[in-house]
Design a protein around this ligand. Structure first.
Ligand SMILES: NC(=O)c1ccc[n+]([C@@H]2O[C@H](COP(=O)([O-])OP(=O)(O)OC[C@H]3O[C@@H](n4cnc5c(N)ncnc54)[C@H](O)[C@@H]3O)[C@@H](O)[C@H]2O)c1
Ligand SMILES: O=C(O)C[C@H](O)C(=O)O
Length: 233
């Protein structure tokens, strides 16, 4: 077995038990072929996530190798599968997968996709906030890549149509481009608060935790200062 690597495989149409599918687990390089053989869709979220202060590019050295290995397995065991790459940096893991498939002679650009839907969901949410609408009523086309300035929200094409001024356009573009960083920092803050609460168990006294975002200063929930008492109050 190789570390904590794990692969999950869902079989649609299995009999009995859960309605319509069952999940099986596989571990390590030696079970990779069993996990992949016969698959029509492979979704890859394997690899390390980033921490505050990191860019997605900082994940390249580890995740590139993981994606390469998995794609070599796909080329061998399920060359016709549709591949959804979630592992970051998506801007690089998709080209890595493409090169693996080209080398194996199985490359089909229509079956290789980088997952960037979060950019669209966040764009709809942030624009809806400005317009005072439900995000489900808003449609913001987002093109380009999945990192910083490569994420390009087409604010002139928003539905319902709206003409944003320069300040709104700059604010929304920046927030959409940095939405992932916002989430990474908020998640770290929540984990930190949780660790503080765990640490308080059985302790008398009060500790103070400062959550200071390095990049996103507008967000009250990221750049907040919390005072935690013995019961987390
Ligand atoms: N494209 C997107 O929209 C998007 C969204 C969220 C996360 N991500 C990226 O997805 C990746 C995973 O993020 P996460 O938050 O789920 O991390 P996580 O640490 O919660 O999960 C990663 C999983 O990968 C597994 N893993 C590690 N090495 C592996 C290997 N060699 N083979 C198979 N599995 C392996 C780990 O055991 C773990 O279960 C990160 O690179 C993150 O940046 C992308
Ligand atoms: O930003 C990240 O590191 C995770 C993911 O790519 C995201 O956009 O939320």
């Amino acid at each position: 077995m190789e570390g904590s690597s794990s692969l999950r495989r869902a079989n649609c149409g299995a009999k009995g038990g859960s309605p319509g599918f069952k999940v099986r687990g596989f571990m390590g390089q030696q079970q990779l072929e069993d996990a992949l053989t016969g698959m029509g869709l492979v979704i890859i979220p394997a690899g390390v996530p980033r921490f505050p202060g990191m860019t997605r590019d900082d994940l390249f050295n580890i995740n590139a190798g993981i994606v390469k290995t998995l794609c070599e397995g796909i080329a061998k065991c399920c060359p016709k599968a549709i591949i959804n790459l979630i592992s970051n940096p998506v801007n690089s893991t998709v080209p890595i997968a493409a090169e693996v498939f080209k080398k194996a002679g199985t490359y089909d650009p229509k079956r290789l996709l980088g997952v960037t839907m979060l950019d669209v969901v966040r764009a709809n949410t942030f624009v809806a906030e400005v317009l005072g609408l439900d995000p489900r009523e808003v449609d913001v086309p987002v093109v380009g890549g999945h990192a910083g300035v490569t994420i390009l929200p087409l604010l002139s094409q928003v539905k319902p149509l709206f003409s944003f001024n320069k300040e709104e356009t700059e604010h929304l573009t920046s927030r959409i481009q940095n939405g992932g960083t916002e989430v990474v920092e908020a998640y770290a803050a929540v984990k930190f608060a949780d660790a503080c609460l765990q640490g308080l168990r059985g302790d008398a006294g009060i500790i103070q935790c400062a959550f200071v975002s390095s990049q996103v200063t507008e967000l009250p929930f990221v750049a907040s200062r919390v005072r935690l008492g013995r019961n987390g109050v």
